[in-house]
Design a protein around this ligand. Structure first.
Ligand code: GLY
Ligand code: MN
Ligand code: MN
Length: 430
C-alpha cells in the first residue's frame, strides 16, 4: 500500500483552530480508536479515529492527544501519549512509532508514553475548569460496543465529579465540514483514482462477468494507483440487486439486458470519494433504460446547481424529490392526478426513490455534518439521485461529489456519465 504523506502544517492548523474554540481554562482529550478483535488473535483492519487523525495525522492505535492551551508549563500545552515501542510486538506487527516520528508527523512537540497518562492528566485537569471530551455524535450512529472514548468519559467523570465536562463534537463537526486545500486535494486524488477504476470497469463488463469480478477490477485499480483501498464496502448490484440500496454481497452474474449499479469510491490519505454509476451489462441501454437513466441524469445536473452557500442538504433533498416526482410522472410510474390525491405523509415517489441525495464526505464517507446546517464554501457533499423500479428490474443511481461554492465544483466531472460516452467506452466488449 502506497504511503501518503500529508504535511503536518494541516494538523498544526487544525489544532490551533480547535484551541481557539475552547473556553478559557480548558483541557481537551481525544483518544484513538480501539483495535477490534475479529476472532482468535486476528483483528479487524485498524482505522484511526477520524477526529484524532484530523488533529495529528497519526494512524497508530493506542494514542491520546491532550490539549491544555492555558497550562503554566508550555511543554504541557500539547501532548501526544503513545505506547512505548516493544521489540516483541515489532517482531510480529512491524515498526511502532518513536517519539521523534510522532513529533514529525503531527508537529506536537511533547510526546510521552501512555503509562504516564493518568498522572499527567490529573495535573492538567486540576489546572483546568473545563474538560472537553470526544464522542461519536453522528445522528444515525448506534452501537452496543463501549468504545475507548466512552470509557474515558465515564472514568474521568467519575474521578473528577466537580469539573465541568464539555462536548468536543460540535466544535470538531464545524471545523471538519469546511475542507481546506490539502483536504480538497486528497479528495480530488481519490476521485481521480475512482475515475480510473470506472474506466477500467467499462472495458471489462459484459454478459457473464460476476459482480465480484467487477469489484476485483476496481480494487486492483485502487491499490495500484495508490489508494489505501475502498472508502466503504463497494456495491455492485446487477438487475434486481440494484434495488438493494446497500447491497455488498456482490455474488451474482451480470446478465445480458440488465443494468449494473456500482457505488464505489477510493480512499486516499484517509479521505473518501463516493461515486455511483449505472451501466448496461451488454454495453447498450434499451429505450426504457435510456429514458429512466436520462431522467436521473437530468435531475442530477439540475440538482448540482443547488450546492451553493445558504442551502442545506435538507433543502436539496426536498428539491430533488420534487424533480424526480415530475420525471416519474413522465415515465408513467404514476399520474399527476394521483399525486394531487396522494397522502402527503407517504408520497408516491418514495416507492421509487427512498433515500436522501446529499451527505457530507471527507475523512468518513458519511462524514460529520448535519442535513439542517447551511452549506458554506469548502464543504464537499454528494449529489446522488436514484430511481428504483422493482417491477421493471431497473435500478439507477448517479452520484458525484460536489465542492460547495458560488458556482459549485463537480469533483467528478471527469468520470463518464453521459449515455453516448458510456456506450462508446463499452463498445469494444461486445
Ligand atoms: N456509498 C454510500 C452512499 O452513497 O451513501
Ligand atoms: Mn453517497
Ligand atoms: Mn455512494
Amino acid at each position: 500500500m502506497k504511503k501518503i504523506n500529508i504535511s503536518r502544517e494541516l494538523f498544526i492548523r487544525n489544532r490551533s483552530r480547535l484551541v481557539k474554540e475552547l473556553k478559557p481554562g480548558a483541557v481537551a482529550i481525544i483518544s484513538a480508536n480501539d483495535e477490534l478483535t475479529r476472532s482468535g488473535d486476528q483483528n479487524y483492519p485498524y482505522r484511526q479515529n477520524s477526529d484524532l487523525f484530523y488533529l495529528t495525522g497519526l494512524e497508530q492505535e493506542k494514542c491520546m492527544l491532550v490539549l491544555c492551551p492555558g497550562h503554566p508549563d508550555k511543554n504541557l500545552r500539547e501532548i501526544v501519549f503513545t505506547v512505548k515501542p516493544d521489540a516483541n510486538v515489532e517482531t510480529w506487527g512491524g515498526h511502532q512509532l518513536t517519539k521523534q516520528e510522532i513529533g514529525k508527523i503531527s508537529g506536537v512537540q511533547t510526546v510521552k508514553w501512555l503509562d504516564q497518562f493518568d498522572l499527567i492528566i490529573r495535573d492538567l485537569i486540576i489546572q483546568s475548569e473545563y474538560v472537553y471530551l470526544n464522542s461519536n455524535e453522528y445522528v444515525k450512529y448506534q452501537t452496543e460496543v463501549v468504545y475507548q472514548s466512552h470509557r474515558l468519559i465515564c472514568r474521568l467523570k467519575d474521578q473528577f465529579p466537580l469539573h465541568h465536562f464539555e462536548r468536543l463534537a460540535p466544535i470538531l463537526v464545524t471545523l471538519r465540514t469546511i475542507k481546506q486545500t490539502e483536504e480538497i486535494n486528497l479528495i480530488k486524488e481519490a476521485c481521480s483514482i475512482t475515475d480510473s477504476a470506472f474506466r477500467r470497469v467499462l472495458k471489462f463488463v459484459k454478459p457473464g462477468v460476476s459482480e465480484y469480478e467487477i469489484e476485483a477490477e476496481i480494487t486492483h485499480e485502487f491499490i495500484t494507483k495508490g489508494a489505501r483501498g475502498h472508502a466503504y464496502e463497494p456495491i455492485i448490484g446487477s438487475g434486481k440487486n440494484a434495488m438493494i440500496l446497500h447491497y455488498t454481497e456482490n455474488s451474482e452474474t451480470c446478465k445480458d439486458g440488465d443494468l449494473v449499479l456500482m457505488d464505489f469510491g477510493a480512499e486516499v490519505g484517509n479521505y473518501a470519494a463516493d461515486c455511483s454509476r449505472t451501466i448496461p451489462v451488454n454495453g447498450k441501454f434499451t429505450d426504457r433504460q435510456k429514458a429512466c437513466y436520462e431522467a436521473v441524469l437530468r435531475v442530477q445536473k439540475e440538482a448540482m446547481k443547488l450546492y451553493v452557500p445558504g442551502n442545506s442538504c435538507n433543502d436539496i433533498n426536498k428539491a430533488v424529490w420534487k424533480m424526480m416526482e415530475k420525471e416519474m410522472i413522465v415515465l408513467g410510474l404514476f399520474t399527476e392526478n394521483e399525486v394531487k390525491k396522494q397522502n402527503p405523509d407517504n408520497p408516491l415517489y418514495t416507492k421509487y426513490l427512498m433515500h436522501g441525495v446529499a451527505h457530507f464526505i471527507g475523512l468518513d464517507v458519511h462524514d460529520v455534518g448535519s442535513k439542517y446546517q447551511k452549506l458554506e464554501k469548502g464543504m464537499v457533499i454528494t449529489c446522488e439521485p436514484g430511481l428504483y423500479i422493482k417491477e421493471e428490474g431497473i435500478g439507477i443511481r448517479i452520484e458525484n461529489d460536489i465542492l460547495v461554492d458560488n458556482i459549485p465544483v463537480d469533483l467528478m466531472a471527469h468520470i463518464p456519465r453521459e449515455i453516448d460516452e458510456i456506450e462508446e467506452l463499452m463498445i469494444t466488449n461486445s
